[in-house]
Design a protein around this ligand. Structure first.
Ligand code: NAD
Ligand code: ZN
Length: 360
């Protein structure tokens, strides 16, 4: 038996207003005055001076606003890398991602690809990255995905949606400032927050569970119940706690795996472009037989916040489209093995998956 030896984020600052310290945090990492810091920022913040006026720009540092309407694509990473190489002859001192999972994943992928030859799609998979990434910093502005702690950056490529999983992927620095999440809409807060809740359920009920994952998972699970089912938290306490729940949820799956909801929502995402948070919710709503307790709690949370999930998103699909989703989903073998054990192929057939998708 050989155990995984995995890297963690080596530096993290936590606190409301900690974003103000960004300048002093990154300054020592500047390589030279001609090597800029590149800030990849969710374009929801364009024109929002409360946040953007505090992005510390000096010398040739640059802000690139990016839409998170669609999840990151390998081609998008390649073109960002090309743009940065063309405009920064001395290379970049660092890449700083400011936003949700989409921007965090883009920052990680761009930082990797600046120091590795070829195209991003060549590195989708496990441990294919050869050279360490450029210094990269993650600053979440919405909580739940765990992308701020994870060892992966999830990209949609020409053939598949798959992460670049490597020891060079995790951020060198994370800034956790829960105040940055204050503008998130209730629906989006719920969808991305449920990603964290679902990480806990899938990790805690999986066959890969171990004490490392369980302790982080239990912590995140308790926090989620407090945030989404109880009424005693102030808005700022709820923001603080969800940011830490996301962190712990991410740590929990680092040493285990996700499960059925993720395996199926990757299929939806690949074919229909359904985004991660809402896609997980759409799937999880129908998974009573796999996660009875978790789905019961999920439905209570949904009712409490009057969340209406889209219905009938698979209603007009033909067989070949179902096949695409089923193929993507079944290719995620570790997720199924974690969820259902070594004999998962006997439990989750193509027909069974189709029947589940048809309900969505
Ligand atoms: P997101 O980054 O796509 O953002 C969702 C929406 O929230 C966007 O419209 C965005 O503009 C908005 N938003 C973000 N911060 C805001 C703020 N402070 N105020 C107002 N609006 C704000 O959503 P997400 O759910 O955080 O991330 C999903 C992505 O994360 C997917 O691409 C998924 O694949 C990825 N992901 C990665 C990992 C990982 O470990 N790397 C894990 C889970 C999910
Ligand atoms: Zn997730």
């Amino acid at each position: 038996m050989s155990y995984k030896n995995f890297p963690m984020v080596p530096r993290v600052v936590f606190g409301r207003g900690s974003f103000n310290q960004l300048s002093e945090i990154i300054a020592p990492k500047r390589l030279n005055v001609n090597a800029p810091f590149i800030f990849l920022v969710d374009d929801v913040f364009k024109g929002d001076s409360w946040l953007t006026s505090r992005i510390p720009l000096s010398y040739e540092d640059k802000v690139i606003y990016i839409s998170s309407k669609e999840e990151p694509k390998t081609e998008q990473v390649d073109s960002l890398v090309e743009e940065i190489i063309l405009t920064s002859s001395q290379g970049a001192s660092g890449i700083i991602g400011i936003g949700g999972g989409t921007l965090l994943d883009l920052a990680k992928a761009v930082a990797i690809m600046l120091n590795n030859e070829g195209e991003a799609k060549d590195y989708q998979g496990w441990d294919l990255v050869k050279n360490p990434a450029v210094y990269h910093v993650g600053i979440p502005t919405i909580s739940g995905t765990g992308a701020e702690v994870s060892r992966t950056t999830v990209l949609t490529g020409p053939k598949m949606k798959l992460g670049i999983n490597s020891d060079f992927t995790p951020f060198d620095q994370v800034v956790l400032d829960p105040e940055l999440t204050k503008g998130v809409s209730t629906n989006q807060w719920f969808y991305t927050g449920m990603d964290c809740f679902i990480h806990c359920i899938e990790s805690l009920n999986g066959s890969y569970l171990n004490t490392f994952s369980q302790t982080y998972g239990d912590m995140a699970f308790q926090l989620c119940k407090e945030i989404f089912l109880e009424d005693h938290l102030s808005a700022s306490d709820a923001q603080d706690k969800l940011m830490m729940a996301s962190w712990h949820g991410g740590m929990s799956i680092a040493y285990s795996q996700v499960g059925v909801a993720h395996a199926m929502s990757y299929g939806l995402s690949y074919l229909l472009g359904t985004k991660h948070g809402i896609g997980n919710c759409i799937v999880f709503d129908h998974l009573e037989e796999f996660y009875p307790e978790g789905v019961k709690l999920f439905k209570e949370m949904k009712t409490k916040y009057s969340i209406e999930l889209p219905k009938g998103i698979c209603a007009n699909l033909d067989d070949s489209e179902f096949d695409v989703m089923i193929n993507i989903s079944l290719s995620l073998e570790p997720l199924w093995e974690n969820a259902l054990g070594k004999n998962w192929k006997k439990i989750i057939t193509r027909d069974k998956l189709k029947e589940l998708y048809q309900k969505m």
